[in-house]
Ligand binder design. Sequence first.
Ligand code: SF4
Ligand code: SF4
Length: 283
Amino acid sequence: MVTSLKQQISRKAKQAGAGLVGFASVDRWEEYRETQEAFFPHRIYPFARTVIVLAVPIMIPMLDTTPSIVYSELYNTTNRLLDEAAYKLAAFINDKGHRAAFFPRDAYGDISILIRQPEAAFSHVLAAKYAGLGTLGYNHTLLTKEFGPRVRLVSVFTDAELPPDAMQEKELCQKCELCRKCCPTSAFTSTEHLIADMDKHRCASYHKLLKEHYRYPCGVCIKVCPAGNDRKLYGMDTKKYLHEREALQQNPEAAEYADWTHLRNFGALPLNDSGSLKDSLST
Ligand code: SF4
Ligand code: SF4
């Protein structure tokens, strides 16, 4: 049986560590026009005809401990996987005789840059939606059927015209607003829209503080989201998520949270007082 180039690329991406792979024709940016033309893939790399989006999952038990060095290390691991997977896939496509390049998974020099300009030159989230991997959530992330918003993304561009995947029709966001209620900076400022108005400066400023304490990134708005089949493995303790901040303010040694707080007590600087959070958010 002859294997198509699309099948070969999917297999290669999975071998490189991708949990999910999707294909989008660049026509989808033209059709939906949800971002400015300068951000279209074929404006960034003019040869591009197809964008291949790879997603690497984030494990819930490690994310639950955020802000902690454990989640920080997991985040770094997903970054390494994405970097390698994107590079290997682009090189593989080159070997097949097609042009290819990738847009790196984050592409900002330091968190201070995001405080000044909270946007990248290309949106992997939008690319993933066009590649059929999921839908956009209230919390501005991509929600997937498999892992909810607990994925990290990278995009590979090629001149190969590969059959695009169907886009997801059903919205995966339940608009439960757990992400809004649990956000430590109250960054989501509206409730009436499907996708929240967001104070990205507050979110980025908090990340600067977390980074200084070796607890980067935050991830609370993806941790508490009920979407995703990964919940079938790990369950969903809504009450524990909703009451975490208040319960730990009242008693930092609350038994119900001892599993998470133990891991927060090692390997990173203490995030000890709301004063430093307040100072950071006001910069
Ligand atoms: S937590 Fe609820 S509102 Fe927020 S993205 Fe997930 S499903 Fe949507
Ligand atoms: S990453 Fe953290 S601070 Fe930023 S919006 Fe999500 S929950 Fe709020």
